[in-house]
Design a protein around this ligand. Sequence first.
Ligand code: PEP
Length: 248
Amino acid sequence: MVKKKLVIGNWKMQGDFVSNAALLQALVARPSSDQTDVAVCVPYPYISQCQAILAGSSVGWGAQDVSVHRQGAFTGEVSAAMLREFACTYVLVGHSERRAYHGESDSLIVSKIIEACFAGITPVLCVGETAAQRESGQTQLVVGTQLQAALAQLQPEQLAHLVLAYEPVWAIGTGKTASNEQAQDVHAFLRQKVAQHDADLACKMNIIYGGSVNRDNAGALFSMPDIDGGLVGGASRKADDFLAICHA
Ligand code: PEP
């Protein structure tokens, strides 16, 4: 059986009602494909707009972060159960911008994955090295450590729902994409690491690439053997580009 590809748009902190509506309607109009699952992860206030426009379409929606807490006095936090009420199917966890600007640790990120799974939402765990870490030969150490935290602490049924996103920090929003070979090498390493834990899980797990994916490089990246799709930032805010990437 050929595995379906997965393409997720990360809008980051961008959007407004008018431009979102045009973008989402263009996604709805896309012919559905049995080869690719597509979703967008959007700022919290726009989740209900996604639900209103995307419900019944082949495009899913989700959030870019989730609280580690289930409920209570946690001002500013949004729980997984709240996301579920708006029919979110995906949530990003451990995006490098959250690791860098909010000091998110691997153990906090694993707690967020557990909350997402508890609510029946697919967590997308982002891992990736900085330019300095790559230059000093630490790529495998860094992404391996980030992944290991999840492998060590999650139950098999939680891991079964996990999507992994390899996002080299130096390639995010910079226009610098990892070469097909650089990305494939890290994806193969991550898959092998999952295989050491559970060989069947390694075959089934979606490992997607993120970092300046665009309509010109998506096809070649997604055709690498261990790249199961993409996490797309900047280009996901332009309907034509995002649709071309989904088609790739
Ligand atoms: C991202 O934010 O996850 C991302 C990959 O961004 P970009 O595509 O803009 O590099």
